[in-house]
Write a protein that binds this ligand. Structure first.
Ligand code: ADP
Ligand code: MG
Length: 687
């Protein structure tokens, strides 16, 4: 593209230092950023109606003659009203402006204007409130009789200002936008020219034109993304990895108290085969809650150890790290492998011991939290890095651990099941194994959605379960873990429960603001049965394993996405006891109901994720930088799934033909990939 597009927007007329700062808040720094600041919606102002056809509530244009000069009056201290009458061939209408900041001096009797605004019924009389207006004799129309873009804004910037700046930028620099799509791709997929797309996405000639422009820009963005991800993958395959040819994972798996499921075996074989090759593994194991990812990871750690290497497992929370540490120490103790735990909560002396053990190779396997990333943690021979619940870690953190070895193998485990087709594309730089089968004997968790009035019944049911020796979770989500008012109300809620409904049982509260030691103590109590009812904010979300817990009650269930609810539900049904999940919500709105009912109906995480995607888009688990995917400006993984597949196929073909994107026709594509993957965490993807 023309280098001028990468100039600061301060070079645009009307953008000074102050306004540039406002734009920066929207992530807009260059002219190109501005041109790719796409409207989030459009307002159709093309329809001109006769006054007699107006209906209250609609926003339309009228073409009408002014009858009298607007009269402005102050009504109260802070309220002024300007009012006048207009007419067309069908009737009269009152136009009313509240607190109009701009001058109405151009509005003179006899002149004809187009007004666009909302029609309001005031005591049986129709009025139009605060319309924008244009004199029909003014050249060109900007505010009326066209489709107007609606841009994402920030305080201090108005629609008109953003619109004007974009327009200005398009006029001055629009010709400098080169097409990243090779001609044949554009033709094959019937995509518009690049200039047409930018013109019409920002100031559409018609509703149809928006569709054509959008399709092209979405395709383009997804092609750039897919091609970049493919290059990341290629870069890795060129690296030399550790060929772990010795040993046999069955020595480990034969020692387990159970047989692996078919899906576990498949995932294990795929990953083990990766590790035996001389290329660094980069694999995602995606499995439903409770599908048994941990033992698969353990078998791979075993493989690394018998080949003379060390393995590290990083978990997102201290509780989870400790739980892994406990179960893995047991498994590996029998095999004479040393397991260490490294978390932020350890004493300085304990940390030093672990660090020394890692350097001397006395410790074969280390389990830890972010503390593992610390600069003073080093290994003798790190051969395998595993991150659990990978959606909590970004690409950057994934790779921060791998630099502590020489191209060690990398395995990420995710309990957020995502549709396979989507995973293949989203995790373009990872190979994927799916564990889509639960260990035998698991019964689905019976799930019910109720409203608050039914709480007493639910509590009675919980007491019956407790009397039968089971334990229960009651989750009260906080909008913000740090919100003191909300936290106070959860504390109060827990107290009330322990004084009333559950006064004969032991109730404990756990929340994110507690010290790690306190949380651990409570979790331990819950695990060994000393606590019967655990009231919690969402800190139990990940990985906690208490097989005796058979009830999960979730307050304000509407605050969670389906995947999150499914994760929470996965905390029960882990033992031999029939388990239940009760979703409490007083929100009666259709989409929410539908979401909660989907959960009652469906127990398979993969099926649920398809639903989730359909019902509310990629939401919190895709589309964020946390996934290691760059932010997209126009494409949406849910709405544009079909285009995504097309674009990915096109990208694969291009990379196949021209792996380094060296040819002239791919110059712009290559430049745009660099721009999209500019963040340092990706490194130089053309290496
Ligand atoms: P997740 O995939 O959610 O991390 P875990 O690895 O924590 O699941 O496994 C959940 C439970 O299932 C653990 O108690 C584990 O010992 C047990 N488990 C794993 N695999 C099997 C299997 N093949 N048969 C029976 N139980 C298993
Ligand atoms: Mg797990």
């Amino acid at each position: 593209m023309d280098k001028k597009l990468l100039l600061s927007i301060q070079y645009l007329k009307g953008v000074g230092e102050r306004r540039a700062k406002l734009f920066a808040r929207l992530g807009i720094e260059t002219v190109f950023d501005l041109l790719t600041h796409f409207p989030r919606d459009y307002e159709d102002r093309t329809v001109i109606k006769r006054i007699s056809d107006l209906t209250p509530g609609e926003s339309v244009c009228i073409k009408a003659t002014v009858m009298n000069t607007p009269a402005r009056r102050k009504v109260r201290n802070r309220l002024s009203i300007a009012r006048f009458k207009v007419f067309d061939e069908s009737g009269y209408l009152n136009i009313v402006y509240f607190n109009m900041k701009y001058s109405l001096s151009g509005i003179n009797p006899g002149e004809i204007f187009v007004f666009f605004g909302k029609v309001v019924d005031t005591q049986g009389m129709l009025e139009m409130h605060n319309p924008v207006f244009e004199n029909i004799n003014e050249a060109g129309h900007v505010k009326t009789r066209r489709i107007v873009p609606v841009y994402p804004l920030t305080t201090g910037l108005s629609q008109n200002q953003v619109s004007a700046c974009v327009k200005n930028a398009l006029t001055l620099y629009g010709d400098g936008i080169s097409d990243p799509l090779p001609d044949d791709v554009r033709n094959t997929h019937k995509l518009s020219y690049v200039r047409y797309a930018y013109e019409n996405i920002h100031s559409p000639a018609s509703a149809e034109a928006i569709g054509i422009a959008r399709r092209r820009l979405v395709f383009e963005e997804l092609l750039i993304l897919s091609a970049g991800l493919l290059m990341l993958k290629k870069r890795r395959v060129k690296q030399r990895g550790i060929a772990m040819e010795k040993g046999d994972v069955s020595v480990f798996t034969d020692n387990l108290p159970f047989k692996l499921t078919g899906a576990q075996r498949r995932a294990l074989n795929e990953a083990a085969a990766d590790m035996r090759k001389g290329v660094p593994m980069n694999r995602l194991i995606c499995g439903d809650v409770g599908s048994g990812k941990t033992v698969v990871a353990a078998a791979l750690m075993y493989l690394a150890c018998v080949n003379g290497y060390q393995a590290a497992l990083m978990a997102p929370t201290e509780i989870l790290a400790k739980q892994h540490y406990k179960s893995l120490s047991k498994l590996f103790g029998k095999l004479y492998l040393n397991v260490g735990l490294l978390t932020g909560g350890l004493s300085a002396a304990a940390k030093r011991d672990i660090k020394n053990g890692l350097l001397s190779h006395e410790i074969n396997i280390v389990i830890g939290t972010h503390a593992l990333l610390s600069g003073d943690v080093g290994f003798d021979a790190l051969g395998l890095v595993i991150t659990d619940e990978q959606h909590r870690f970004g690409v950057l953190q994934r790779s921060a651990l791998t630099v502590k070895g020489e191209n060690p193998h990398l395995l990420v485990m995710s309990a957020t099941p995502i549709p396979r087709t989507l995973a293949l594309i989203l995790y373009g730089d990872l190979d994927i194994s799916v564990i889509d089968e639960l260990p035998p004997g698991r019964r689905p968790v019976d799930t019910y959605a109720i409203d608050g009035e039914k709480r007493p019944r639910a509590y009675r049911f919980i007491r019956e379960q407790l009397d039968a020796g089971r334990q229960a979770y009651i989750v009260c989500p906080l909008v913000e873990e740090s919100d003191k008012v909300e936290l106070a109300s959860v504390k109060e809620f827990a107290e009330k429960l322990s004084e009333n409904e559950f006064k004969d049982y032991s109730v404990a509260l756990i929340h994110g603001k507690m010290k790690v030691k306190e949380k651990d103590a409570i979790m331990r109590e819950f695990k060994n049965g000393g606590v019967s009812v655990l009231v919690s904010t969402t800190v139990i979300e990940v990985g906690i394993d208490v097989p005796n817990a058979s009830i999960m009650m979730i307050e304000n269930a509407e605050r969670f996405g389906l995947s999150q609810l499914h994760q929470l539900r996965g905390r029960v049904g882990r033992g031999e006891h029939k388990s239940y999940c009760i979703l409490v919500s007083d929100v009666n709105e259709g989409a929410t109901r539908e979401r909660l009912h989907a959960l009652c109906r469906i127990s398979n995480g993969f099926e649920l994720s398809e639903q989730d995607l359909k019902l509310r888009g990629p939401g919190d688990f895709f589309g964020t930088r946390q996934h290691g995917i760059p932010n997209l400006k126009i494409a949406s993984f849910s709405a544009d799934l079909k285009t995504l597949k097309e674009a990915q196929a096109a990208a694969a073909e291009i990379i196949e033909r021209d792996p380094g994107l060296k040819s002239a026709e791919h110059a712009e594509l290559s430049e745009r990939i660099k721009l999209l993957f500019a963040a340092e965490e990706y490194g130089n993807i053309f290496n």
